[in-house]
Design a protein around this ligand. Sequence first.
Ligand code: GTP
Ligand code: SPV
Ligand code: MN
Length: 587
Amino acid sequence: MTKNKSVLNWVKEMEQLTTPDSIVWIDGSKEQLDQLRGQAVASGELIKLNEEKLPGCYLHRTKVNDVARVEDRTFICSTVPENAGPTNNWKAPAEAYKMLYDIARGSYKGRTMYVISYSMGPIGSPLAQIGVEVTDSIYVVLNMAIMTRVSSKVFDVLGDSDYWVRGLHCSCDIDAEKRYICHFPEDNTIISVNSAYGGNVLLGKKCFALRIASYLGQKDEWMAEHMLILGVEKPNGEIKYVTAAFPSACGKTNLAMLIPPEGYRKNGYKVWCVGDDIAWMRKGADGRLYAINPENGFFGVAPGTNAKSNPNALASTQKNTIFTNVVQNLDDNTVWWEGLNKTPPANAIDWKGNPWDGTASTEKGAHPNSRFTAPAQNCPCISPEFDSTTGVPISAIIFGGRRAQTTPLVYQSRDWNNGVFVGSIMASETTAAATGAVGVVRRDPMAMLPFCGYHMGDYFAHWIKMGEILGDKAPKIFNVNWFRLDDEGNFLWPGFGDNFRVLEWIIDRCEGTADAVETPIGFVPKADDINIDGLDIDFETLKSILTVDNAQWVKESEGIEEFYKKFGDRLPAELKSQLEGLESRLG
Ligand code: GTP
Ligand code: SPV
Ligand code: MN
């Protein structure tokens, strides 16, 4: 497949380490993938679903101990420990390599080594990057073939360069005690052992496109962010693009594929999805910030996805999709998950592989972090710019998280540096996307806490520098919160498609056509300026979720001060003065 010496040497080295029985180079062809699907069905690794109802679709169950990212077992292995920063786990590179090689040694015995060459981003785009992952898992190969651009053409672009990201994945025994997801930013290398769950093993995704890429971007004036990218088409045909960073399982896929409320649709508004999880952004020829989605598919949360909440995501999963840890309906060999509809199958198998009766069982049938892997091209609203090699120009950057209180529905930052501050103080309730407690509020700056490949203080400084580079062409920065609760624990804002009403205000603010009220934290809409026509929400409720409560924000600023202490002298002075500014405005 390639004559590239650095690739051949590294693959040889990995072969000698893992000692597979055979090696298969993945070219991404349909014939080859069909053959692997057949093999995985024969071994039970995949279950073929109803070909009429779900053509080309498969179900996979992971081991019960291997269902989400493992943040406590994820390491940044920089030479200098401080360069991993206070928010990452660190291991010395030499020690980590030794430990990982000891685990990997001989682990492919009796198995096949698959060599996957892939591009993150359209092949040949100046914003794209190349990776090679070796794995002993067909599930990983088939997922990578959906999530990335897997092709031998990648090697034509690479030529004889040694600038590519090495990824070694070894399934081993899926032993949770020996599970490690390690990153060597200085070597462009990732090693993942003893897991077979998405974010831990699809090495192009979080490991490369965020942890390694954030490090590369800092050195070369670009940004790798945990962000969706969408375009809002207005009745006059003009399209404005925005990105949004929400923590895992906090609504990126839903917002990225949103269908505007009926009144807007009638008037000619439409949303185009460019990406649902990751954005790579760089200054373009005209001085604006341009974004590409480095991925080629969606690894989306299944529970809660339905014909009302996210019809476009559901439609995306109707063919050539791999479902992981959902319910198998035995009556018609299809899939089900909590929140798909109100009629769970009575004759089914749950995510653990046990018989399950949705009408009688009190146990969940699908794991809360069960996922679908669907080709981006399946999405009915996929942007015509999806394969653009230059990317799309970004007008606004939106931060957001799950906050039952404190954070209003939407506010605009005062300027770029204030926006960096707003991103840096993001907090959100934890979700099932990572192992550990769910529903605990934690700081998750820019939704990058688990994904920043270097010192987060330096990451903040990089954001500030990007603002200087972009100058007055920098996107405007906003913050949203769809998750405000009433005293009974009900959501106060309808969310989903109705979030378009907030997007409208954001875009109008970018164009200077919407009004706002200044508060200590930034600019909040006048309640009149959020269109609630056709919504079952009263004006007083809307007002309440737009209110900035000083007492709550004084408490919040104390929490921020505490959080900022972590970064010591690597916290940019600009952010320190932003906090002081907030405190003085709060009085
Ligand atoms: P990752 O793929 O983990 O990075 O997550 P994501 O940010 O793409 O999250 P996703 O869109 O899949 O949303 C996950 C959960 O948030 C689901 O349970 C949704 O039902 C819920 N959710 C999304 N948008 C809204 C909203 O506007 N309001 C409410 N109440 N819930 C929402
Ligand atoms: C997330 O957890 O933010 C995801 C899923 O998008 S994973 O690929 O597992 O990281
Ligand atoms: Mn994500």
